[in-house]
Design a protein around this ligand. Structure first.
Ligand SMILES: O=C(O)CCC(=O)C(=O)O
Ligand SMILES: [Fe+2]
Length: 280
């Protein structure tokens, strides 16, 4: 008897991409939350002066740490990735003064967006708040500089597996049933490289199992992604990008020397029809 090794080609999900210059609109953010847009790139979405100041505050920040969870990078703040709720919320609390120090006396553009979205959702009868538990509350963002040295500075991954597998002590686990939106502000970018690449594929639990990334969503192999079309966001300091974090995405390596690539990142989405949670 001959047994054939059947390997299913990854399903292609079309990308709905919008790129423009200007200020971000709340309607577009809500369109991503509802799955109507996959990726939104706002060029010059926040001021370059503010971007420069945040980048300087990152470099001199005493809370700067090396990641020790298998994802190469330096960061300020907390990541819930592969952590129990008690650990995550304790880390978030400890890091809060360092996250605040990123903004110094500036008007924080991430908090500005959070407040504007909260007002609009409130008008629609929806509450927006930071994820929390008896152990504490999430921060508004984390700052990260990826340091992978292969093809990717940050390997291809999805942001949903880590939410699906968050323990029941997390209120945010329910967001995995809806769109997990990743919000990215770029205070510093290299001249070349450091693109945010998104592939036309939204993996299912079966896909993750086949790739051995059931609980992490990280990393997908280049071979797995080979035949899948992708889109590169070419970013500059002062840009904002939002994506449906369920689609596989990664960050291309920066070429040459020059400025480092710095990201402010957070996640949000509907936990219930009348509740949106926000975390890092
Ligand atoms: O650095 C980026 O542009 C994307 C970051 C990202 O995908 C993540 O933090 O999960
Ligand atoms: Fe991501």
């Amino acid at each position: 008897m001959v047994t054939a090794q059947v390997s299913q080609a990854p399903a292609i999900s079309p990308l709905a991409i919008k790129e423009r210059t200007g200020s971000i609109s709340i309607a577009e953010i809500i369109a991503i939350m509802k799955g109507e847009i996959t990726g939104l790139h706002i060029k010059h979405g926040f001021s370059v002066e503010v971007a420069d100041e945040i980048a300087a505050n990152f470099t001199r920040n005493p809370g700067l740490k090396e990641r020790e969870d298998g994802v190469p990078g330096q960061y300020i703040g907390a990541s819930h990735y592969r952590k129990h709720a008690a650990t995550y919320f304790a880390e978030a609390q400890n890091a809060r003064p360092f996250v605040d120090a990123l903004f110094g006396n500036l008007v924080d553009p991430v908090r500005g967006l959070f407040d504007a979205l909260r007002r609009e959702l409130h008008n629609q009868g929806v509450e927006l708040r930071l994820a929390s538990s008896k152990h504490g509350q999430a921060n508004i963002c984390r700052a990260i500089c990826w340091s992978g040295t292969g093809t990717y500075a940050l390997e291809p991954h999805d942001d949903v597996a880590q939410v699906l597998c968050a323990g029941k002590e997390y209120d945010l686990a329910a967001v995995a049933n809806n769109t997990v939106v990743a919000l990215n502000f770029y205070p510093s970018m290299p001249e070349e490289g450091g693109n945010l690449r998104i592939w036309s594929h939204k993996p299912t639990a079966t896909d993750r199992k086949s790739q051995g990334v059931e609980t992490t969503g990280y990393p997908y192999s280049t071979a797995y992604l080979d035949a899948i079309p992708s889109h590169d966001f070419q970013l500059q300091a002062g840009d904002i990008a939002l994506i449906d974090g369920g689609f596989i995405h990664g960050v291309t390596r920066q070429s040459g020397y020059g400025k480092h690539r710095l990201l402010l990142n957070c996640f949000f989405g509907f936990a219930q029809p009348d509740l949106v949670l926000w975390w890092t």
